[in-house]
Design a binder for this molecule. Structure first.
Ligand SMILES: [Zn+2]
Length: 222
């Protein structure tokens, strides 16, 4: 008998709720981020049904304010903070990029420069880092961060050259490859896309899905 797909497990699902965002445009920016991730991977982002145990609560936390997320599933109601634009600037919602970045953290992805092998690719100038923030440059284990892929300067999960810097002429991270640019928050890189799909088993679901998501990711590399 022909094998059918009924045994295929359900797509990975993440429920989310947006709270407090009063401007429709801010909600749209976040929806765009989640829609993009849902399109490029097999993960289904669906609105919170009020019943499931684990879900993502997205709102502008006041203390600590800013764009932040836990890394990986913490269980229960998991907070992800995104600050809407104010008189000082676009904060976390000038485009979907920062919402994508924080959601990738919630999906279990660390910063690219946390890779165990990062010293081969970037130089960390510890003296230029504002001291209390030095821990942000800690490395993770190899197994936590590589997912079999090459180091990715283009990753939306990479810090820029002056993150947590003590001054304008004091870069904290300098790429070893001369022409490399780091710190983009525009969108997923090709490798970001592969990484998430790999982590969530999207390529193993069926030959069709493998082909589909790989070609979606490859478009990002063009
Ligand atoms: Zn981050």
């Amino acid at each position: 008998m022909e094998e059918c797909n009924s045994a295929l497990s359900h797509q990975p699902q993440i429920q989310y709720e947006l709270k407090i965002f009063s401007c429709p445009v801010d909600r749209e920016t976040i929806q765009t981020a989640l829609y993009t991730l849902g399109l490029m991977t097999c993960i289904d982002f669906i609105p919170y049904d009020g019943e499931v145990e684990d879900y993502l609560l997205i709102w502008p936390v006041e203390e600590p304010a800013g764009c932040w997320s836990f890394i990986g599933r913490t269980g229960g109601q998991q907070v992800l903070s995104l600050q809407p634009p104010d008189s000082q600037g676009p904060k976390c919602l000038g485009g979907p990029g920062k919402a994508i970045h924080e959601t990738l953290h919630a999906l279990g992805i660390f910063h690219e420069q946390s890779r165990a092998d990062r010293d081969d690719y970037v130089t960390l100038n510890q003296d230029n880092v504002v001291k209390p923030f030095l821990h942000n440059f800690a490395k993770q284990s190899l197994v936590n961060t590589t997912y079999d892929y090459e180091y990715d300067y283009m990753s939306i999960m990479h810090y820029g050259t002056h993150f947590f810097s003590s001054g304008r002429d004091k870069p904290t991270l300098v790429p070893k490859r001369r022409d490399a640019k780091i710190g983009q928050r525009e969108g997923l890189s090709r490798t970001d896309c592969y990484k998430v799909n790999k982590l969530y088993g999207c390529f193993e679901r069926s030959p069709y899905q493998k082909l589909k998501y790989e070609s979606f990711c490859d478009i990002l590399g063009l």
